[in-house]
Structures are given as C-alpha cells and as structure tokens.
Design a protein around this ligand. Sequence first.
Ligand code: SAM
Length: 298
Amino acid sequence: MSNQSDEDTHITEDGSLTLKDEETGELYHNRAGAYTEALVNFVEPLNLLPLASQRRQLAFLDVCFGLGYNTFTLLNELANLDPETDSIKVVAIEKFQKPLLYISRVLADRRFQKLMEQVSSQAPGLLQGNFGIYTFTLPCKSRSVRVHFDLLQGDLRQVVPSMVPKYGKVFDGIFHDPFSPRRVPELWTIDLFECYRKLLFEPTGTVVTYSAASAVRSAFKKCGMCVFRTTAVGEKNGGTLVVLPSNAATETHRLPLLDEESQKLAGRAGVPYRDSNFCKSSKEIEQAREAEQKLLFP
Ligand SMILES: C[S@@+](CC[C@H](N)C(=O)[O-])C[C@H]1O[C@@H](n2cnc3c(N)ncnc32)[C@H](O)[C@@H]1O
C-alpha cells in the first residue's frame, strides 16, 4: 500500500485508528476514540430506529469521508436493527485518497467484522482505498439490505452545491465532518448549510456535526433550521444536531442548547462565515466576518 506511514496513525483510547493532518496539525478524530466519536456525535443523534422502521429507502450524505468511520458505524448500527428498509444509499465526499488507503485497517477492527466480510467479498476496490461506486449487501437481524455506496472524490465546496439540482430533498441524514471551523472556515459557511437544507428529506432529515461553535450553530439557525446539542465525547463539548422546523417538536429526548449557548448565538460569536460563490480563501472569509462583527457589535 503506497503513501501509508505509521507515523501518521494514532490509536485512540477506544482502540480505533485515527490520522494526523499535516496541513492543519489536527487529528481526524477526538482522542477519546474515532469509533466512539462516530457513534456518539454522528450516528446516535440520527435516531435510526424510527427511520429504519418507517422508510423503505434510506439515504445519507457523508461529507469528509476520511477513514470512513461515520459511514461504517452507521451501516453497523443499521445492521443491528431490523430495518423495514429495502435499500440504503450512501453518498460520501472526500478530497484526498490518502485516508482511504487505511480503510482495510479500519474495517479490520472486530467491531466491523460483519461489514468487513461483505466489503471484502463484494466491494474489494473499496477495501483497497479506491474512489468509485459500490454495491454490497448488509446482513441485518432478520434480512439483508442492499447498500448503494458512491464514494466521490472532490472538494465539498464544489460537490455539495452541484448535488442540490441533481438529488433534491432525499437525505435522511447528513454528516458534516471537516477539520475545525477555526482552521478551515470555508468549509463551515452559511451558504453550504443552505445547500444542506435543500438536500434534506422533509420533514425528518437531520444534519449532524461534532462542532459546537456559535458561528456554525447560528448559521444553521439563520438558514431556518433548528439546532440542538449532542452528547459530549471525551473532553470536548457536545456537537450539534440540526433539524427542519417542521420536525423540531416531535422528539422530546433531544437536548436543547444551554442558556449560555443560546445567548452566544445572538452575539459576536454567532456571526456566521459567508462565501456565497464557494470560492473565497479562508483569510477573506475571516476578514469579512470580522468586518460584519464590527458593524453589528461596534
Ligand atoms: C476530520 S477528517 C474526517 C474524518 C472522517 N469523517 C472519518 O470518519 O475518518 C476531515 C476530512 O476532510 C477531508 N477534506 C479536507 N478538505 C476537504 C474538502 N475541501 N472537501 C472534501 N474533503 C475534504 C480530509 O482529507 C479529511 O479526510
């Protein structure tokens, strides 16, 4: 396997693997666990049980696929349910091939044993770390479900806007997992979140992210969506769950924002990142945000 070096890999506290990004210096995951973060910050907030029992076809968008923990944990959890679903579509976006070259090591984890068996026999190209379109079966409790998996190479700032006219409101869940807003504000803009709103299945579609940043939460609110907290993993704050307003009052177990979190959204920290043509540099986006903050909160 080319381009793979053990210097880049770190074993997190739950035994799962993560990588360090050279450019931002950030780990791909929380030190408490790549698997745990995928489960607690991304998959559990989707509340899969009602979805799996009501919808014949499920669709998910995994933005910033990386090592694939979010998609693989999602499929694992669906396999543990007894879905009424006939097929599961997953579209994943990733800019670089490098993290894909670790997929075989990720799936070698005993927690992914069933998935590993299916992928290695039916989608060997995925195990080798290749972008492409794959189909394989997912053995669930009492039946098997067909998985259609599109692993797209590209910059999410180009791919996500182009998906709006192509796909429309189809996604039951969207995972948003770039490096942090401080490092890459261009991947956390209100303009991108507006695309997500247009891609969500109505009324039950949800967006989940690990970030609790006020600029991120307020951007989702300004797009007309409703924002909740998710459970903390390790030493980090909880992340964010975003739902459409028509679905905001239906589930009582969701965690509302704390008072101090809500207050921050209305202040300086809640001014969003903006990039209406998806082409500005991070510096330009930061500078425009600072100017807007000065104007609104002199
Ligand atoms: C925090 S990691 C994602 C971790 C991943 N979800 C996982 O479970 O392993 C961020 C990922 O975003 C990718 N990335 C960085 N810039 C991107 C861009 N503009 N478009 C799409 N992916 C990007 C990186 O290569 C990296 O794999």
